[in-house]
Structure formats: structure tokens, C-alpha cells
Design a protein around this ligand. Sequence first.
Ligand code: FES
Ligand code: FES
Length: 176
Amino acid sequence: MAYTIKVNGKAHTADVEADTPLLWVLRDTLGMVGTKFGCGAGLCGACTVHLDGVAVRSCQTQISRVGTKAVTTIEGMAETTLGATVQKAWIDHDVMQCGYCQAGQIMSATSLLSKTPKPSDEQIESAMTGNICRCACYTRIRTAIRQAAGIDTPLGAAPAPQQVLASAAASTPAKG
Ligand code: FES
Ligand code: FES
């Protein structure tokens, strides 16, 4: 059966079985290979995409259930302001090692930040807990999310005037 879905703002038609996972439609039918296959069982997060802005596992999402929801993949993410901000933070912190999990990591991070622009460390932990990284880049991923959220100063950026004053005050020897 032919299904028409909207991916990164464009309509695409795929003639596939109703239970075909969205992951395979994206990769095999549409040639969008940025979304990765990891476990195929909803356990690793490598295949994460957005459906109407919500992070979902595309390996567990049947094409017949997508309907009119907007699908966003890593290929479309950099075109958004938030996606570009997250991408810059990832580059600034040199997050990637092998890179295999990173499309899914970025899709989960952007879904979190779109709803919770200033997440607590606990909220970051909770949103990212289903994304596995076999290279164990977890600390850099969380640091990059904090920068993208504006919680931490971007690497290489000039410190805020208050930080300069506080730092100067701390290093001024006490009189006497
Ligand atoms: S490939 Fe979908 S969660 Fe692992
Ligand atoms: S960077 Fe290698 S699996 Fe995450």
C-alpha cells in the first residue's frame, strides 16, 4: 500500500507493507541514512526521530501509524534554529567518538530542549537515558546540552562581565 508521509517539510510516498518500521522507509525507500539502526527493539535510541516534535524510536513506529504527523530526521534538524544551536554545541565540545549513536542523541536532545529550554540535570538525565552510546560520550553529551540551553557559557566565548568581576574579586589579596 502507498503511504504519503511528510518528512522534513516535504511529502514522500512509500509503497510498503503497513507494518514496515518508519526506520526502514526512511533509510531504504527514501535514502535518508542519517537515522541509524542499532538494536531494532526500541532499546538503544540510535533510530530516534521526531513525530510532531516528540522523540520516538523509528524502529518501533509502523509506517501506517505515522499519518499526518510531521516527521523530522537528523537531515532536517540543522535547518532549525534549535537544531543549529545544538549542532554547534556538539562541535564545540567535540562530542562524537565513532558517531554512530549521535543522530539519535541529537534528536532526543532537541526534543527535550524544544519543550524544556532550561532543563535541570535530572531532566537531561531522564530525557537522554534511553540513548545508548557504546563510546561512553555521556559527559560530553550532557555538557553540550547545557551549553545549547544557555546554562553554561559556550566554549571560547568571552565570560560575562559579572563573571569577570567575581573572578577579579576572588583573586584580589585582602588588605593588611
Ligand atoms: S534501533 Fe531503534 S531503539 Fe535501537
Ligand atoms: S559516539 Fe560511538 S556510539 Fe556514541
